[in-house]
Design a protein around this ligand. Structure first.
Ligand SMILES: CC(C)(COP(=O)(O)OP(=O)(O)OC[C@H]1O[C@@H](n2cnc3c(N)ncnc32)[C@H](O)[C@@H]1OP(=O)(O)O)[C@@H](O)C(=O)NCCC(=O)NCCS
Length: 178
């Protein structure tokens, strides 16, 4: 299976915040945004591996700025790293006030998707070869984020998370001036 570039999995989704998408404060509901993000991430994962995918996990999402009724939502999704059957997808979300002509960041998140074969079993996915400095940073961090989410999901023993442990050891060594 040939490796692919992150840019080959890029998905850009645009939505308009309508009254049915908002809460009592005329802001986009978090659940509606996560639904759109899930679709954008699934399309990105499927584009990377050419197979149907399912959401395995979603990392923590915090909402920096609310997106107002009548504003536009931009969601960008790209695969950061592929493992055996799973892929990490990085999403960035912005709001845009088209009338006042400005854009503002809303949130970012990491989703993990697993590719399935026709029997609904996990199947292998192509590797990722990052190109830009940002893609390389995301690629390198993906291993630690994967270890953390597998520990939290009860799928990995903390003792086996060597890259994650190394990060904490480096922080301790920095503090001690080693
Ligand atoms: C995700 C799912 C396919 C994993 O299947 P599984 O039988 O547990 O398979 P495995 O343990 O072999 O794991 C398969 C891959 O999923 C990854 N995975 C499993 N649980 C995970 C989690 N909580 N977070 C991140 N990745 C996870 C594994 O690391 C593995 O990746 P790898 O092959 O790249 O190493 C299965 O649990 C499932 O179908 N879940 C429901 C998916 C769904 O319906 N999503 C919509 C939510 S409403």
């Amino acid at each position: 299976m040939n490796a692919k570039r992150p840019s080959e999995s890029l998905i850009v989704m645009t939505e308009l915040v309508l009254p049915n998408d908002t809460n009592l404060f005329d802001n986009l509901m978090g659940g509606r945004l996560m639904y759109w993000m899930d679709i954008a991430a699934a399309l990105s994962g499927s584009k990377h591996c050419g197979a149907p995918v399912v959401t395995a996990s979603v990392d923590n999402i915090s909402f920096t700025n609310p997106i107002k009724l009548g504003n536009v939502v931009h969601i960008q999704a790209k695969v950061t790293r592929a493992f055996n059957t799973s892929m990490e997808i990085y999403l960035k979300v912005w709001g845009e006030d088209i009338l006042q002509q400005y854009k503002y960041p809303s949130n970012e998140a990491y989703y993990t998707f697993v590719a399935l074969d026709p029997h609904g079993k996990p199947r292998a996915v192509p590797k990722i070869e990052p190109e830009t400095p940002e893609e390389t940073e995301l690629y390198e961090g993906a291993l630690r984020r994967r270890q953390l989410r597998l520990i939290l999901g009860g799928k990995m023993k903390p003792g086996d998370a060597s890259e994650l442990k190394a990060l904490f050891m480096n922080v301790r060594d920095d503090k001690q001036g080693i």
